[in-house]
Design a protein around this ligand. Structure first.
Ligand code: HEM
Length: 478
């Protein structure tokens, strides 16, 4: 079958299956009764008339309605944060084909959903994972991640850069694809990886190279003398270690299947968080100088830096993670009928007061991680500003414990907490000390305006031309 024919067959199957699923679906009336932005079309939900309190945005001609407004504004958050202010920490948006989705940034609801077995990965992540894994296993053990990955060579780097480039774009077509893909049986979705498109070709090559690296590491571990194991993720998952809490071991094939995920999940998340951090520093020379002074005073020639004893460095990392969480809006789906508790009761469109939301099996909820991390009640009056001092002067309110680090949801929470979060913090501490200790960053004249954000697979900064990345001037200072 040629490319055109295989794409046509796939598209037809998608449309038929999605129509079947949509016709069957009847969502909870409570969800339909929750207030949210207006949407006018069943298929695309296009909404061109806004209430005066909401900012106008430019819509793509084939708008998918509320979802496009949420995911594709000229700068990410433009509508989401405004809707959170207008409708509160729980509101309803219209997805493709009239689907009702909940957008939630209420801390108690977030804590419940991230920890509950009743909610699982949302449609987008589930589809992507089904392409990365050959098997269904998901690592849920919490271990230190000392990745024994060697130099993977130019081929791996170039294919992963291509994949991450594809992952850093988002279009209305993708929104419709994501909406349909969730109704397609897993085996059919998995088979899509064999489609002869350049994106799937890059994905196949990346998967092949990650598997080869995974097997190389495992062979090395198997050949290690009995009892002489390293404290890295592969050793811990292959050999039971009561002390570190890994009582079960994983089958080698399962561990290999995780390698692509580990390599991809750790790359753009950390890189983009650091890019946001450097952008903020470049715009705040005073903060940059104070941080450099702390770095020089603490490290002063020693390679054994006590990173955890650097208050400003750690406050700066927390503030960067708070303002720019890589997974700013994460999707989950209810696996069975559930009742989601709320920190504060809400009033529905019909005037009913509720302090919990009953949701049906199959309900998609979008976790407003970035919106939660901007709630004034939790992070202080200027919660929309970048201000690391809030972590030093007690302005941050301790409340429900969510997430593994600083009550932030940037690394998610519950059984799906980021496997590499400690590693990521250490990576950021090290890289920032090296970069800020040795170089000064400033914003080029052309880039002086406010920078924009895009939410694709991860949140990333855009330059003045709307291209991916942050452009900065760099000068050596030491
Ligand atoms: C600033 C850096 C990072 C951020 C903000 C981040 C954030 C996240 C988030 C939000 C999730 C949960 C996604 C979801 O289920 O919806 C996640 C999962 C994951 N992350 Fe990270 N991550 C970072 C760095 C890393 C690094 C460096 C690694 C590995 C070296 C890594 C490996 C993983 C893996 C394997 C998972 C899947 C865990 C599971 O489902 O059990 N991450 N990360």
């Amino acid at each position: 079958m040629d490319t055109k024919a295989s794409l046509t067959v796939t598209a037809t199957v998608f449309v038929l299956l999605s129509l079947r699923a949509i016709i069957r679906r009847r969502r909870s009336s409570t969800v339909r009764d929750i207030a949210g932005p207006e949407s006018k079309s069943w298929v695309f939900g296009a909404c061109y008339t806004f209430t005066p309190t909401l900012p106008r945005i430019h819509l793509a001609p084939t708008s998918t309605g509320n979802l496009a407004e949420l995911l594709l504004p000229s700068s990410y958050g433009q509508n989401e944060f405004a809707w959170t202010k207008s409708f509160g920490p729980v509101y309803r948006v219209k997805g493709c084909f009239g689907q009702d989705r909940l957008v939630i940034s209420d801390p108690v609801a977030l804590q419940y959903i991230t920890n509950s077995p009743n909610f699982q990965l949302g449609p987008v992540l589930a589809v992507m994972r089904s392409w990365l894994y050959d098997r269904n296993s998901v690592i849920t053990v919490r271990v230190a991640l000392g990745c024994p990955i060697e130099d993977l060579g130019p081929e791996f780097l170039s294919v992963n850069t291509r994949l991450l480039d594809i992952a850093s774009t988002r279009s209305t077509g993708q929104i419709i694809f994501d909406a349909i893909a969730v109704h397609v049986p897993k085996p059919l979705l998995r088979a899509m990886i064999h489609l002869p498109t350049s994106a799937f070709r890059a994905l196949r090559t990346s998967k092949f190279l990650s598997r080869r690296e995974g097997w190389r590491i495992i062979r090395e571990k198997l050949q290690a003398p009995e009892g002489n194991y390293d404290a890295d993720i592969y050793s811990l998952l292959m050999h039971p270690d009561e002390k570190n809490g890994t009582k079960k071991t994983l089958h080698a094939e399962d561990l290999v299947a995780q390698t692509s995920l580990i390599l991809l999940a750790g790359q753009d998340t950390t890189a983009n968080t650091l890019a946001f951090g450097l952008l903020e520093l470049a715009r705040r020379p005073d903060l940059q100088n104070k941080l450099r002074d702390e770095i020089h005073a603490t490290i002063s020639g020693s390679r054994d830096a006590a990173y955890d004893n650097m208050p400003l460095l750690n406050a700066f990392i927390k503030e960067t993670l708070r303002m720019y969480p890589a997974a700013a809006l994460s999707e989950r789906v209810a696996l069975q009928n559930s009742v989601v508790p709320l920190a504060e009761g809400i009033t529905t469109s019909s005037g009913k007061k509720i302090d919990a939301i009953p949701v049906d099996k199959g309900q998609v909820v979008m976790l407003g991680i970035a919106a939660y991390q901007r709630h004034g009640s939790r992070w202080g009056a200027n919660s929309e500003d970048f201000d690391p001092d809030r972590w030093l002067d007690g302005r941050v309110r301790q409340g429900e414990a969510i997430g593994p680090y600083a009550n932030l949801l940037s690394f998610f929470a519950g059984p799906h907490t980021c496997l590499g979060w400690r590693f990521a913090i250490m990576e950021m501490q090290t890289v920032l000390c090296e970069l800020v200790g040795n170089f000064a960053f400033s914003v080029p004249e052309k880039e002086k305006g406010p920078f924009r954000l895009r939410l694709a697979t991860t949140l990333l900064p855009l330059d003045a031309k709307g291209e991916k990345g942050a452009k900065l001037c760099v000068r050596r200072v030491v």
